[in-house]
Design a protein around this ligand. Structure first.
Ligand SMILES: [Zn+2]
Length: 165
């Protein structure tokens, strides 16, 4: 989920996030809550995004995690205390906070879980030209985030070989 949130977010763009499933009670269960991104939330989001990217970049290169980034994700999570619940067969976090804080905490929680958990070794940065996205590999030797990046990278290599020949 944080990989989704790590995309570029432009000022004034509407952020859509599904909080409904985190809410108690039935009627609102599937309602998608929309709110316009204020400049403040945008700034906070971009700052957190930068810290998350720094964490991921360090984890991918097997480097020591940057202290400021660790502090930033921990701070974001602490601002929105959550209760983990098992609902049907899914792990769901119920945040005790306003939507912006819960949103930031959710991104930070994803980052913490990923970088601090067993999937850290499967974390990769896509090697395809023009991509560079972070992803969790489904196979140990996977180097591209998806089939289209794999095709683009193979094509680029093919043209390179032809030029060299
Ligand atoms: Zn890619």
């Amino acid at each position: 989920m944080f990989i989704e949130a790590a995309r570029e977010i432009r000022p004034g763009e509407e952020l859509t996030y599904d909080y409904a499933y985190r809410r108690e009670g039935g009627a609102d269960e599937d309602r998608e809550e929309r709110y316009a991104s204020t400049r403040d939330l945008l700034r906070e989001l971009q700052a957190l995004r930068g810290q998350v990217r720094a964490l991921l970049a360090a984890a991918v290169r097997r480097r020591t995690l940057p202290r400021a980034a660790v502090a930033a994700v921990n701070r974001a999570v602490a601002a929105a205390p959550a209760v983990a619940q098992l609902e049907a067969d899914e792990l769901v976090y119920h945040y005790n906070a306003s939507p912006p804080d819960a949103f930031l905490a959710d991104i930070a929680t994803s980052a913490i879980t990923l970088v601090g958990g067993p999937r850290r070794d499967l974390l990769r940065r896509c090697a395809a030209p023009g991509c560079g996205r972070f992803f969790v590999a489904s196979r140990p030797r996977q180097t591209w985030c998806g089939p289209s990046c794999g095709n683009r990278a193979r094509l680029a290599r093919f043209h390179q070989r032809r030029r060299a020949a």
